[in-house]
Write a protein that binds this ligand. Sequence first.
Ligand code: HPA
Length: 266
Amino acid sequence: MKETIEYIQKKIKDFKPEIGLILGSGLGDFADNIEGVRINYQDIPGFEKSTVAGHKGQLVFGEVLGKKAVVMQGRFHFYEGYHISRIVFPVKVMKKLGVETLIITNAAGSVNKEYNAGDLMVITDHINLMGVNPLIGENDSTLGDRFPDMSEVYNHKLAKMAKEKGMALGLTIREGIYAAMSGPSYETPAEINMLRIMGADAVGMSTVPEALVANYCGMKVLGISCITNSAAGVHPSRLSHIEVVETAARVKDSFMKLLMAVLEEI
Ligand code: HPA
């Protein structure tokens, strides 16, 4: 961590990001217009390389609407085979750099039958079904408690504000519970049924490790899912990554508008 922070600070000088953003599938372009410092993950000590096609794999430091931000253009997924501690390492780095608010976006399948592909969902809570907790192992008490409280991982005020901003933009905004599975296989219809009984509204393969660690570090978290598809069994059709990518591309402009509106207000 010490080496990582020294490496980054040498590049960004006295720039101190206050807001962190993790961009999910299809949203990577959001960082393209930010003027600032770009550092490839592969050059940062302690970072893994991002392997998913469509994810760029760099940290972008710069101002967005006058707010000092660090953006993860591409993230690490558990299904890529990394140890869970490597997936959340960038969140700890953000905390050490001064980030107080973390916005996390993702693509997700709908579990709630009322949702449609193209809806945006503000995450109100999560169910961790990845089978692993990123805090397992020795605790760094400079970051957080051994047994952190999880009663408000997703900041209520930020969620409410994001929902209002989305509605003002005329978008279909849902509020719901995100269930995280390890992937990379999509779920079976029986698993989607299970998730629905558990109370989940959407399902995906990311976000929960990062949100969990951000909460542990004392950051405020806002999570937004782009509902890219109906989860398995909701409609009797096969599920493909292509559908996920296509919907994410279709919704991208609205999603970016929402992010800008949220950033302006924060
Ligand atoms: N399941 C899991 N992860 C996903 C899905 C899904 O249906 N869609 C996008 N990410």
